[in-house]
Design a protein around this ligand. Structure first.
Ligand SMILES: [Zn+2]
Length: 484
């Protein structure tokens, strides 16, 4: 069981069948805020992400490119990994499901489920969406297509496969949900999965015929079959900790807080939990189900041809501005629409005019009047604010930022109202500027999980004995492209 000063958070692993899109970038950024927030409270944090490189979709694309799946995924895995620098992320672990250690862990996991009597073989026929890498029942299809992948044909699979006894875990899952009332956030998603499990569970296929689809982990004791992509991919959450070899590390950090999109509800909160029960391992600590990011009301994805490129936006506006927009405008648990126009508005109003202007005005006046400050950081007070005054404890990132920006606006208003540039006595000028400098430093401290690089710049600047003005944090966006 994980120790009190240890914390483990993981994102889902996206398929490496295309470049990262803004929806996954948003998931990473939200997880990063939580990871930084835990570190701020003194915890040792493992923050895991990576790439899912098995399954039919990648197999088909690798074949078209004339490459092995691993080789096909190499440059894409590097692209996903590079998001760490591109988006100022702090993940500590990056796992590829094609890594040897992971494959070995998946085989040990399989063996444990097998030994527990939860794996058996049967012939079945099923409709399958390659986009989701999931089986689909007729009731889940719209006009014969997966609603998440309307441009893909649903495949008909008929073969003898191994199955996982999901049905056996209906009652254990329901008991577990009752015992852990905050297991799924938000509450309406928890209700959704409880209803799904209550309505009865069907065993699901966990293997594929190797002759048809070789891109998977080999099954212990059967050369004809490979593991179904979800079965091995879910095991990454523990293989990344070194399970089953490094049990000390596993026991220190497991169970995880897992974050995912709402299309992952069933896999993360039911299938994976049942698999853990079967392998006689503790369930996850909590699963956060984020809303979808949409562009014109549709889920953003490369397969729909409306992928919004996080690299391009980070390059154009900076990682910190992109993080700010995605955390303040995109609601954590509801669907939200991505809009570049809105990003530009928020940039100019909140970052250039709000925070950037406040820091520039106060630091310039302090330098001009030779006022020494010698401020010290009060990290404890900042933690207290984030815990009690803002919405961060409930993962309401936008509310926490609203709280911070109210304080920024109040500081700007006070500076304008008291107009120290009109005062002649140095003591009067100091009486206005020194408290404002203290408040700016406090703002920077609470800003750390959200905009880490900006926060660090301001903290460095405002803990100097003599604060001097610095380069503009957020230069106003050019007039020729300015929006009303
Ligand atoms: Zn689909």
């Amino acid at each position: 069981m994980s120790q009190a000063n240890k914390y483990y958070i993981t994102t889902t692993l996206p398929y490496t069948n295309s470049d990262p899109h803004i929806g996954f970038a948003t998931e990473l950024i939200k997880a990063d805020v939580i990871a930084r927030w835990q570190r701020m409270q003194g915890k040792e944090v493992i923050f895991n992400t990576g790439t899912d490189e098995h399954g039919l979709k990648i197999h088909q694309q690798a074949e078209e490119a004339g490459l092995t799946a691993r080789k096909y995924c190499d440059p894409l895995a590097m692209r996903f990994k590079s998001l760490k620098e591109v988006l100022n992320l702090s993940f500590t672990h990056f796992i590829r499901t094609s890594d040897e250690h992971h494959k070995k862990a998946a085989q040990v996991f399989w063996q444990r489920c097998w030994d527990n009597g939860d794996i058996y073989k049967k012939t079945y026929s099923v409709k399958y969406c390659v986009g989701c890498e999931m089986e689909k029942t007729d009731s889940e299809l719209v006009d014969g297509h997966c609603p998440l992948h309307p441009n893909r044909e649903v495949e008909l699979i008929e073969e003898e496969n191994y199955f996982f006894r999901f049905s056996k875990y209906q009652q254990p899952l329901l008991d577990f949900y009752s015992a852990q009332p905050d297991f799924v956030v938000p509450a309406h998603r928890f209700t959704e999965i409880k209803n799904f499990v209550s309505s009865g569970l069907q065993d699901f296929s966990i293997s594929r015929l190797k002759s048809k689809m070789p891109n998977g982990v080999a099954i212990p004791g059967d050369d004809e079959q490979v593991m179904y992509v979800w079965f091995d991919a879910l095991v990454n959450y523990i293989s990344t900790l070194g399970w089953p070899d490094d049990l000390d590390n596993f026991e220190n950090f497991w169970p995880a807080v897992q974050v995912c999109g709402k299309d992952n509800l069933r896999q993360q909160t039911a299938m994976w939990q049942a698999m853990l029960m079967s392998a006689k391992l503790p369930p996850s600590r909590q699963v956060l189900i984020f809303g979808f990011l949409t562009a014109n009301g549709q889920k953003i994805s490369k397969s729909l041809g409306n992928g919004v490129d996080p690299f391009m936006f980070a390059e154009k506006y900076g990682a910190e501005a992109l993080r700010y927009y995605l955390l303040t405008e995109i609601l954590p648990f509801e669907d939200s629409d991505f809009s570049e126009e809105r990003l530009r508005q928020k940039y100019n109003a909140d970052l250039a005019n709000g925070l950037g202007n406040l820091v520039a005005r106060v630091s310039t006046l302090l330098e001009k009047n030779n006022i020494a400050t010698a401020l010290v950081t009060d990290e404890k007070a900042a933690i207290n604010i984030l815990e009690t005054e803002s919405g961060l404890a409930d993962y309401q990132f936008h509310r926490a930022l609203q709280y911070i920006w109210q304080e920024i606006a109040a500081c700007n208003e006070e500076l304008t109202a008291k107009a120290p540039w009109k005062l002649s006595e140095l003591t009067d000028i100091e009486a206005v500027l020194k408290p404002l400098a203290t408040r700016i430093l406090q703002i920077a401290l609470v800003l750390q999980p959200f905009m880490p690089v900006t926060a660090e710049k301001i903290i460095n600047q405002f803990t100097q004995t003599q604060i001097i003005k610095s380069e503009s944090l957020f230069p106003r966006l050019g007039a020729e492209t300015e929006l009303q």
